[in-house]
Design a protein around this ligand. Structure first.
Ligand SMILES: [Zn+2]
Length: 157
């Protein structure tokens, strides 16, 4: 019962700023700059030794990521960039996989935490909304931060 075959996809390394957003990792992982997907896969196996966690240390924009995610029954997007969330949404709609976009925000001014918030959005084909409808994708931001990432405008989402 439950999700036993889990395929984390990400090419980013942990650092101290990741610790508040990546469950199950610790300070030592951040000091060693381990890959997020490796740390997450190890954590999942620690929770349930029967869990098949198959980590892909690659960009979500790669063809290999698309192939891996095309086989998913569900997709969970927990990335922290607009371009990666949009890409995952494209895969979800292309391969008819329902997905959940989840994230947290912790804003700090000086030494004071000013905002702590989070959200989880479940999106499925035929549903009433997607990340674009909900203005959860800032197209200007991802073109500025990821100038080499290009998207087809023909996606009907
Ligand atoms: Zn939409």
């Amino acid at each position: 019962m439950g999700f036993r075959h889990i395929v984390p996809v990400d090419d980013d390394e942990l650092d101290a700023s990741s610790l508040n957003r990546v469950a199950g990792v610790d300070y030592k992982d951040a000091q060693n700059n381990v890959y997020k997907v490796g740390a997450i896969a190890n954590r999942l196996r620690g929770i349930n030794p029967k869990c098949e966690a198959e980590a892909y240390r690659i960009s979500v924009h790669s063809t290999a990521a698309e192939i891996a995610l095309a086989q998913a029954n569900w997709i969970l997007a927990g990335t922290d960039s607009h371009s990666s969330r949009f890409r995952v949404q494209q895969y979800a709609f292309k391969y008819f996989a329902p997905f959940i976009a989840a994230g947290v925000n912790i804003s700090v001014e000086g030494d004071i935490i000013t905002v702590v918030s989070g959200e989880a959005i479940a999106v499925r084909m035929g549903g009433a909304y997607c990340l674009s409808c909900l203005n959860r994708v800032n197209y200007t931001a991802f073109h500025i931060k990821s100038p080499n990432v290009h998207f087809e405008k023909s996606q009907n989402i």
